[in-house]
Design a protein around this ligand. Sequence first.
Ligand SMILES: NC(=O)c1ccc[n+]([C@@H]2O[C@H](COP(=O)([O-])OP(=O)(O)OC[C@H]3O[C@@H](n4cnc5c(N)ncnc54)[C@H](OP(=O)(O)O)[C@@H]3O)[C@@H](O)[C@H]2O)c1
Length: 313
Amino acid sequence: MMPTSEDDDPPMILLTGGSGYVGGRLIPPLERRGVRLRCLARNPERLRPRVREETEVVPGDVLDRSSLDRALRGVHTAYYLVHLMSGAGSRDFERADRQAAGNFADAAREAGVRRLIYLGGLGDDADPGLSPHLRSRHEVGDILRGSGVETVEFRASMVVGAGSLSFQLMKSLTDRLPVMLCPRWLTTPTQPIAVDDVLAYLLAALDLPPGGSRTFEVGGTDVVSYGDLIREYARQVGLRRWLISVPVLTPWLSGLWLALVTPASFVVGRHLIEGLKNPTVVRDRAALEAFPIRPMGVGEAIRRSLEIVTLPA
Ligand SMILES: NC(=O)c1ccc[n+]([C@@H]2O[C@H](COP(=O)([O-])OP(=O)(O)OC[C@H]3O[C@@H](n4cnc5c(N)ncnc54)[C@H](OP(=O)(O)O)[C@@H]3O)[C@@H](O)[C@H]2O)c1
């Protein structure tokens, strides 16, 4: 990424979602790149200890339009790595995410931001049964693009890594249930991606030549079912698991599944589980042409996530 033409300073990058899983993992590699980094956070004091001294941390809330002007001032590229599913208004997260993306898009256009980089979800827009969560992720991409600021959207299924909520959900269910009664989604095809590969794409998006808004579907090398994913995780951690497919998700059964999700992730877990019926597979392979990144497979992604968990404190 070249210095901006106005001056010789490195370009200013704004990161939202820095207190979250993907955003938090993106901070160290961005800091190592020598860009000027500014993080927007609802609780700056909580993020401050996790960043280098020279990294700015500014208060901001994507639902509060007026808080975004200061954060976006002088920004060349902004990462949008936020979702509102776990917030106070999570029941109506679609409306909240729409409003938040609209605020951000508007403020970015006014501030003269050159590029927005967003990580959303895979799934077929033409599928009338697309879950509210996945539909909302696509809508956010549309709203950001609608600002007129060049937007690079990545669409991924489950991000595999220690701390990624969707992956933790699969792990905690597998850890706790020797026999799993699973609804039809056991056979839904998906294409999980290792967090390291997601980070590589998000970083590489800084170096894409200007060229209008683009959407890239990204995934690991393996298309698997959720059942395969559970079995591979269980195999790697040495657990024997029996998966029994049942035709419908009764209220009792869905209650059982959700009771196993920790309270903190309960609300998000409910929305994510709804999306398991939707195939999340890469259909457009443009990312493999645009970037030199060759994502790893599911086995390696799970292995790496377990290595991080078992590191000594
Ligand atoms: N993890 C996955 O498996 C996965 C898969 C595909 C796509 N993605 C996408 O990747 C992106 C990041 O996901 P993640 O897993 O990193 O999520 P996450 O860990 O839940 O983090 C969400 C972030 O959003 C921030 N946020 C929430 N409400 C906000 C508000 N009103 N104003 C400002 N910030 C707010 C949170 O900040 P606070 O600390 O203040 O709450 C947090 O930093 C999302 O777009 C998601 O759809 C994730």
